[in-house]
Design a protein. Sequence first.
Length: 156
Amino acid sequence: MTQPSVVAIVCRGDLDTEPTESYRIMSAPADSNTITITAAGVIRANAWPRESLLTHAYEELECQTVGVLAVSGEDGEISLWYDDEGLLLDAPQVNELATKLCALQGPLRCAIFGNVLLTAGQDAAGDTQPLTRSQVEKLMKLLNDLRRAPMPQIRR
């Protein structure tokens, strides 16, 4: 069995980006959160993991290798964690909500597939930060609003 790995990718509106350094994991207060968006469109807030954010990501994404996109928002950077091998599945499923969220940054070159996990961005030390309650509330509203938005066009 191969060991899971983490790849960090910074996305500023265009999904054609090069990998950067791996995201580091930190502990957070109990009231902090992550958000899972399933490919089926289910949105749920999760408590910040007590043990390991990476383990939490593997469980929520149902995968062994993750990638991370940095998406800018009104409350700062949001990290969108995804299954880095999601397109290799027999029947990869587009995550319409995650794709629409990324499209708010600008034109896309590909859709987002499978479940995704949202956290806040990194602090100055490079540690992944939890979403605040305010960020969770704003993101939940935005994601629900995006349900009615049309799918963005993908640039080829």
